[in-house]
Design a binder for this molecule. Structure first.
Ligand SMILES: *Cc1c(COP(=O)(O)O)cnc(C)c1O
Length: 301
């Protein structure tokens, strides 16, 4: 249902911090679509198909004021001919920010709710849902079993042949799909974008709920969040800047930047076995710089 603007491809990364016996690749999922980038495209694909088969008219979803998922859903709904509603955590005053301005341009109706009410999504839906024509509800971050079917397709023949796949983790839907797609003897390493140790259980629950029997081994590294979700450090920004200049690839500070910065640390610490082929997934989300610029005054290199 969603067009592909460019086919994702794999390229090798060469840098001083990569030892000669480790081959590091990056899969450019960021190129798949200009607005519905990377993993959000993968997650939305089958949900849109399901929505249209069920005769739904309005996509309803949730997110913060700078959410990549809100941005992508607004664009995808517009392109696929759905109305859309974004239930936004926070103040109406954020409606003018670049992420939400774009969402509104795409025709998304924005409903602002305070943090307290935002927590109880069931109650919110019950109260609001009567207002919209044939709604189809997508969870926050877009993660559900159909999303995992989509993210599973990030694993193509070339990715299957890698020893280790590295992916950033927010709600875990992208990692769960990659775990589902990777064969025995291979491993998947998730780098958490947020603080806390609940992600392993969250992903295991997701795999169980969706009936996925993991063949590959998988684990989550929680040492790369740089202070928490959407927090940055000078070292992280310096790394992203250097990566852009040396590789010509733009990362963003919330997910892909933290993933590669952490991977560099792990490689330097000897945590990645020599002889490995490693493939990091560029999950896209470059519009996330909008929030970083607003909060910290730092723009993309
Ligand atoms: C949303 C997002 C993620 C997190 O994906 P999950 O499936 O929620 O874990 C990672 N990278 C980017 C660029 C994102 O926009």
């Amino acid at each position: 249902m969603l067009p592909v603007h460019a086919t994702p491809y794999i390229q090798e990364i060469r840098a001083k911090w990569i030892p000669a016996d480790i081959h590091l690749f990056i899969k450019r999922e960021d190129v798949i679509h200009k607005e519905v980038s990377g993993n959000k495209w993968r997650k939305l694909q089958y949900n849109l198909l399901d929505a249209s088969q069920k005769g739904a008219k309005t996509l309803v979803t949730f997110g913060g004021a700078y959410s990549n998922h809100i941005y992508a859903t607004a664009a995808a709904a517009n392109e696929a001919g759905f109305s859309s509603v974004g239930i936004i955590r926070g103040e109406e005053s954020s409606a003018g920010n670049p992420t939400l301005s774009f969402a509104r341009e795409m025709g998304m109706e924005l409903v602002f709710v305070d943090r307290e009410s935002y927590r109880d999504k069931k109650a919110l839906l019950k109260k609001l849902t009567g207002q919209w024509e044939k709604p189809y509800v997508l969870p926050e971050g877009g993660t559900n079993c159909l999303a995992i079917e989509g993210t599973r397709q990030i694993v193509d023949e070339q990715v299957r042949n890698m020893d280790i796949v590295v992916v950033p983790v927010g709600t875990g839907g992208t990692m769960a799909g990659i775990v589902a797609g990777m064969p025995r003897e291979k491993s998947v390493l998730g780098i958490s974008a947020l603080k806390g140790n609940f992600l392993h259980k969250m992903i295991q629950d997701l795999l169980d709920t969706c009936g996925v029997q993991a063949e590959a081994s998988w684990s989550i590294d929680t040492g790369g969040h740089c202070g928490g979700y959407a927090k940055i450090s000078d070292e992280l920004i310096a790394f992203i800047t250097d990566f852009k200049h040396s590789q010509g690839i733009l990362l963003e500070p919330l997910y892909t930047g933290k993933m590669l910065f952490r991977l560099k640390q792990l490689i330097e610490a000897g945590a990645i076995p020599g002889g490995s082929s490693v493939c990091a997934i560029h999950t896209g989300g470059l519009q996330g710089w909008n929030g970083i610029k607003e909060r910290f005054g730092v723009g993309p290199p």
